[in-house]
Design a protein around this ligand. Structure first.
Ligand code: CA
Length: 233
């Protein structure tokens, strides 16, 4: 069960969201100002923050920056500001996701789940060793056989981590896309081809014969930690 801090000064919206989140099993602390939000964030154990940008006291961007000084807590921003520049500012300040009002509650729930999952709080802390590299899910690191770090972009890491967490099971392209990129990206299979290609160049001993990141054509991808030589179909 996850604990969410909900920061929204519109009382009707705050109540409705708090009610919905509680109905979905979240523990919710709801506040109406930036100062209350910072106070709660500093002393309460939280799994995520849902933050309205337009607050009566502090600007939501300021709240994000201050939270980021001490915490990597996932922050999903709600905003009536539609400008691309506002979105970029919020993401630059350290928000994990951005939703423009009005939004659907189901979409908020999906994005919140994805943000909490990406942050991996209290979840899967395993270290998965393969013959060629080691993935530490808790520390979010990848090292080669000589323990040298292999650097991944956040998106590459997201793809790899999602596949590793699936424990060898096939992950459909749609699930992978919505997990890493968020709801609404399920059709963008070209993204996956690009990022899986990049990942393979970094981790596969032979990019032309993948052993770890396996494609099931037209369906999805699977991670095989054994790195066994693939049998030709
Ligand atoms: Ca507001």
């Amino acid at each position: 069960m996850s604990t969410v801090l909900l920061v929204e000064d519109d009382e009707r919206l705050r109540r409705a969201l708090a009610l919905t989140l509680r109905a979905r099993g979240y523990t919710v602390t709801d506040v109406a100002t930036g100062r209350e939000a910072l106070a709660e964030a500093s002393h309460r154990k939280l799994d995520a923050i849902v933050l309205d940008l337009g607050l009566p006291d502090l600007d939501g961007l300021e709240v994000i920056r201050r939270v980021r000084e001490s915490s990597a807590l996932p922050i999903v921003v709600l905003s009536a500001r539609r400008d691309e520049s506002d979105k970029v500012q919020a993401l630059d300040a350290g928000a994990d996701d951005y939703m423009t009002k009005p939004f659907g509650v189901d979409e908020l729930l999906a994005r919140l789940r994805a943000a909490v999952r990406r942050s991996g709080r209290g979840e899967d802390q395993r270290v998965v060793a393969t013959p060629d590299f080691t993935i530490d899910l808790g520390r979010k690191t990848l090292t080669d056989r000589s323990l040298a770090p292999i650097h991944l972009t956040p998106t590459e890491w997201g793809v790899l981590e999602t596949l590793v967490r699936a424990n060898g099971l096939l992950v459909t392209s749609a699930d992978l896309l919505s997990e890493v990129w968020g709801p609404g990206y399920e059709e963008q299979t070209n993204y996956l081809r690009v990022y899986v290609g990049q990942l393979r160049r970094k981790i596969e001993p032979d990019v032309t014969r993948p052993r770890y990141l396996l494609t099931t054509p037209g369906i999805g991808y699977r991670f095989d930690a054994s790195g066994a030589t693939p049998t030709s179909a």
